[in-house]
Design a protein around this ligand. Structure first.
Ligand code: FDA
Length: 400
């Protein structure tokens, strides 16, 4: 038996659920399916269970990808204010944490229930768990529309929306489905890679810093060439295997394997001036003077690097103090890798935007759309990835 729909949306995560609700309410007969039993597992675990569902200040500059302008149109047509208006309609309380980040007051579950209610209002049919084994395009073997072989029978639909996300967190159902479908239809895929992910360092080289695991401090972090440098001012977290915290998660999306990252461990402080001044008036050890500017655990570990730094500040040669200040302000190190998809919040890369319409998310294969994280658009930490899911889903739903 063949089940006929106007559109079939594959993947009931953030983008798929939202797209299904909007398309259904526009009058389309929509099937939304997911290979998992539960919908929206990523929304459920996001933002510590409270979902950082958008950001008050969203601009294309908060996104990366081969074409940084691709996201512009969709973001302009569905804004954070549009999404918060929907939350308000459902009386879901939310609050701003910092840097414009908006979270649910109670639970991410409120958001999921809202998206499901929107689907119900649009008469969306949901099939879970349900997997797609193959897709035949219109024209193939006499088919007048797409035909999908699913484990619940054959589905016929005018259009297909692929909303299966990226590869992050495989244990909750991430797959490479979107990339496989793209390749089947001759679309290009930008090599996927883990992003918003902790960075790791060589075991022996990292040994002196492993003792700092658990330490957090504000830093300035950057990567890239002088011409194309990306910089963030955020908190850094030392771990046993390397570096994490918002600073490193943010920079990881811009980091190219083999390239160095640069850290200023005392942003906002003139360390050279502070130490030179202390030299004339203090009998304290350098580490103690430094502890006024950075956490004392870091100060103690930092001075271990050079015997000239392990003495009272008054006895230290000016040159040694200058070197210390310079090293602290420009700590350059090259990660050996990342913690991988197991720990990555998102996947950078994905379906190549050169093969998609920025107005509709339709691919060069007519009737085949890609939305959300499957696309080569990666947002910063702070609610931007969900805003891309809503905005790309909305743009797509208008065009189906
Ligand atoms: P999403 O991954 O949400 O959904 C894809 C769906 O497709 C899933 O339901 C999956 O089961 C299904 N699927 C996959 N393969 C399939 C197949 N072969 N067949 C059928 N179904 C298939 N972002 C943000 O803005 N704020 C935040 O607070 C957070 N926090 C956060 C925490 C953690 C731990 C992670 C891992 C991620 C975040 N994110 C985030 C990122 C955010 O969750 C992510 O960008 C969006 O969920 C992407 O939405 P999509 O709908 O594109 O994919």
């Amino acid at each position: 038996m063949t089940h006929s729909f106007d559109t079939v949306i594959i993947g009931a995560g953030a983008a798929g659920l939202f797209c299904a609700g909007v398309a259904g309410q526009l009058g389309l007969k929509v099937l939304l399916l997911d290979h998992s039993e539960k919908v929206a597992e990523k929304i459920r675990i996001s933002g510590g269970g409270r979902a950082n569902f958008t950001n008050r200040d969203v601009t294309p500059a908060n996104f990366s990808g081969e074409n940084p302008h691709f996201c512009r149109s969709a973001l302009a047509r569905y804004t954070p204010r549009d999404f918060t208006a929907l939350m308000e309609r459902y009386r879901i309380p939310f609050h701003e944490k910092h840097k414009g980040q908006l979270f649910c007051d109670h639970s991410a579950e409120d958001l999921i229930q809202m998206l499901l209610a929107e689907c119900a209002a649009g008469g969306v049919q949901r099939w879970q768990p349900c997997s797609i084994k193959s897709i035949r395009s219109p024209g193939a073997a006499g088919a007048s529309c797409y035909e999908l072989d699913s484990d619940r029978g054959i589905i016929a639909a005018r259009s297909i929306v692929v909303a299966t996300g990226g590869l992050s967190i495989p244990k909750i159902g991430a797959t490479d489905f979107a990339y496989r479908v793209a390749r089947q239809f001759g679309l290009r895929v930008v090599q996927p890679r883990p992003a918003l992910v902790p960075l790791t360092f060589d075991g022996a080289g990292w040994a002196p810093y492993a003792q700092l695991a658990g330490l957090s401090l504000p830093v300035q972090i950057s990567t890239g060439s002088k011409k194309a440098q990306t910089t963030f001012l955020e908190d850094l977290l030392f771990t046993h295997r390397g570096l994490s915290g918002p600073a490193v998660l943010q920079i990881s999306s811009y980091w190219a394997a083999g390239a160095p990252i640069r850290l200023n461990l005392a942003p906002g402080h003139d360390v050279a001036q502070a130490l030179t001044r202390a030299k004339t008036s203090s009998r304290k050890r350098i580490a103690n003077e430094l502890a006024a500017l950075v956490p004392s655990r870091l100060a103690e570990a930092w001075v271990q690097q050079d015997s000239r730094w392990q003495r009272p500040v008054s006895d230290a040669p000016d040159k040694a103090l200058m070197l210390l200040a310079e090293r602290l302000a420009r700590w350059e190190l090259t990660p050996t890798g990342t913690e991988g998809y197991k720990k990555a919040e998102v996947t950078a890369g994905g379906v190549d935007t050169r093969d998609l319409s920025s107005q509709t998310m339709e691919s060069k294969q007519p009737g085949l759309y890609f939305i959300g994280e499957a696309v080569d658009v990666t947002g910063w930490l702070g609610g931007y990835n969900f805003q891309w899911a809503w905005a790309s889903a909305f743009a797509c739903a208008q065009a189906l």
